[in-house]
Design a protein around this ligand. Structure first.
Ligand SMILES: *Cc1c(COP(=O)(O)O)cnc(C)c1O
Length: 377
């Protein structure tokens, strides 16, 4: 089955007794034991819940892993992965990673003795140079947020394998519809399902998929022991959202390309960051590992005064954090999503006072453009 069929079929026929097409919401905390020492496979919803299990099996199948696990948010999923490591361990992480990932590493895990070196993930030699004897994993995002840099997943996997490290890929921006890191050799994939996978800006959720069963068991242990699980109703919302993933991703991708090409020609726009553009420095690597560019783009305007103006004047496009939903959203990374990244680091990365990030929705592309046009005037 093609992935566009697989996403539609998620959860169909999982309730043999009634034949329900939509996965039932098993809104229960606990389950009756048939007899002493016997189980239906479900004992307590922190450990296993039938609705959550449909979702977990679906994401494992879509990413090509041996186990999938659903968490209460993307950050809960990232945290579950970080809990696979110990005090004294070291991680190498892309420097323009999601702001929350930066924050949890620096503010929560660093005090527990798990240290991180942040590197430019688009330069494999920087990654190799950052590896220490106690390094355990390389954590990357591609495209990165918000500058849409491309990380060569195969190159990272090669470096990681040579040093006996895990490769972890945050696949939130592209989803398995456009990019499947485990097929390229990565060990773990993490998602903020809040974004494209659910797709409607109506649920917080996170997912982890592990390639091999040993690692999957470890993630499962953390999920059950720490209890950051996704509830049955939110699991159902994510299943429901995923059914239209193929259609939505195609439209996001098309719209983002149209908008990016229009922005490139705008007199007040200096730079457009979108991997689908011909001039994008990472385009050939991107095209070798992904089948689409997604719906995220960033652009730098020529005058910082335009930033508050655009954020105030947009009408259809909403000034809001988050991304990946059907509605177009615009944000100002330096002050919103990346506020926890120190100013000097932000400046060096190019997350400047002129950079805006646009999550291109699935409205008509020319309505999005018309809104940007009047806001930039
Ligand atoms: C949003 C996001 C996260 C965090 O997910 P939440 O669901 O907001 O907790 C992690 N990584 C990336 C790339 C994100 O965009």
């Amino acid at each position: 089955m093609k992935i566009s069929s697989k996403v539609v079929q998620v959860g169909v026929n999982t309730d043999a007794r009634t034949g329900a097409i939509s996965t039932p919401i098993y809104q229960t905390a606990t389950f009756r034991h048939p007899a002493l020492g016997q189980s239906t496979g479900f004992d307590y919803s922190r450990t296993h819940n039938p609705t959550r299990q449909v979702l977990e099996q679906a994401i494992a199948a879509l990413e090509g892993g041996s186990g999938g696990y659903a968490f209460a948010s993307g950050m809960a999923a990232v945290t579950a992965i970080l809990m696979l490591y110990r005090a004294g361990d070291h991680l190498v992480v892309v420097e323009d990673c999601y702001g929350g990932t930066y924050r949890v590493l620096e503010k929560n895990f660093q005090p527990f003795g798990l240290t991180t070196t942040f590197v430019d993930g688009s330069r494999p030699e920087e990654i190799t140079a950052a590896i220490k004897p106690n390094t355990k994993a390389i954590i990357v995002e591609t495209p990165t947020n918000p500058l849409m840099k491309i990380v060569d997943i195969r190159a990272i996997v090669k470096i990681a394998a040579a040093h006996g490290l895990h490769t972890v890929v945050d696949n939130t921006f592209l989803t398995p519809y456009f990019q499947r890191p485990l097929e390229l050799g990565a060990d773990l994939v993490v998602h903020s399902g809040t974004k494209y996978l659910s797709g409607h800006n109506d649920v917080l959720c996170g997912l982890v998929v592990a390639k091999d069963s040993t690692l999957a068991e470890k993630v499962k242990f953390v999920q059950n022991s720490t209890g950051n699980v996704l509830g049955p109703f939110d699991s159902w919302l994510l299943i429901r959202g995923m059914k239209t993933l193929a259609l939505r991703m195609e439209k996001h991708n098309q719209n983002a390309l149209t908008v990016a090409q229009w922005l490139e020609k705008h007199p007040h726009v200096k730079t457009v960051y979108f991997p689908g553009l011909v001039g994008h420095p990472g385009k050939s690597v991107h095209d070798s590992q992904a089948t689409g560019s997604g719906g995220m783009l960033s652009f730098a305007v020529d005058d910082p005064k335009l930033v508050p103006q655009v954020l105030k004047k947009v009408k259809m496009i909403q000034f809001a954090e988050s991304l990946g939903g059907v509605e177009s959203l615009i944000t100002f990374p330096a002050v919103q999503t990346h506020a926890d990244v120190p100013p000097d680091v932000r400046e060096r990365l190019g997350i400047s006072d002129r950079l805006l990030r646009l999550s291109v929705g699935i409205e008509d592309a020319w309505d999005i453009i018309a809104d940007l046009e009047q806001a930039l005037q």
